[in-house]
Write a protein that binds this ligand. Structure first.
Ligand code: HEC
Length: 155
């Protein structure tokens, strides 16, 4: 191999290694719309709402994903969701009782069932307070007091 080829190869290896290292060390990255997405392990919401973060990672990630972006046309996003931001109490009811109805989130219609996820008002409030503030969301919080009249309905 020519010396110059070896130098070029080594050079590109170093650049690749350096940028992967920078990516792994960074606290956030950008999504396709260029807004900030915190990498899951560095999201400030994890420290602020540890109980909710735990529930989210155990129960919600399969559909709504670690990024909160959901799966286009199947599972709606929770990051920057106009539907979530519009009504915190409705979101608590969503995780307590689930739903199967047409839902328009950020202009996209969803109509797959979401099974109920938690059995207590405390767990529901914890996980909703987490999603209201994860991934750069700035949705405020809700208290158990505000939702205690929601009836838990089981099929
Ligand atoms: C099996 C997949 C699945 C799981 C698990 C799941 N969801 Fe959902 N979620 C959905 C679907 C599908 C919808 C739309 C439901 C409809 O159209 O009736 C939805 C809708 C929502 C909405 C309202 C729409 C929006 O994007 O703002 C919220 C809030 C929500 N889910 C939160 C959660 C939380 C929090 C958890 C975990 C505790 C969770 N979901 C677990 C599938 C899921």
């Amino acid at each position: 191999m020519k010396k110059i080829t070896i130098i070029l190869l080594l050079g590109s290896l170093i650049v690749t290694a350096a940028s992967s290292y920078a990516y792994l060390r960074s606290t956030y990255t950008m999504d396709t719309e260029n807004s900030v997405v915190y990498l899951p392990q560095d999201d400030p919401a994890d420290a602020k709402f540890p109980e909710g973060a735990k529930i989210y990672k155990a129960k919600c990630v399969a559909c709504h994903q670690l990024t909160g972006l959901g799966i286009p046309n199947a599972f709606p996003p929770l990051k920057d969701s106009d539907y979530l931001m519009a009504d915190k109490k409705r979101a608590v009811r969503q995780v307590l009782n689930g739903s199967h109805e047409e839902m328009v989130v950020n202009g996209v219609t969803y109509n797959m069932p979401m099974p109920f996820q938690v059995d207590t008002h405390e767990d529901a409030v914890n996980v909703i307070n987490y999603v209201l503030n994860a991934w750069g969301n700035d949705g405020g919080t809700i208290t158990v007091e505000e939702v205690k009249d929601i009836k838990i309905v089981r099929p």
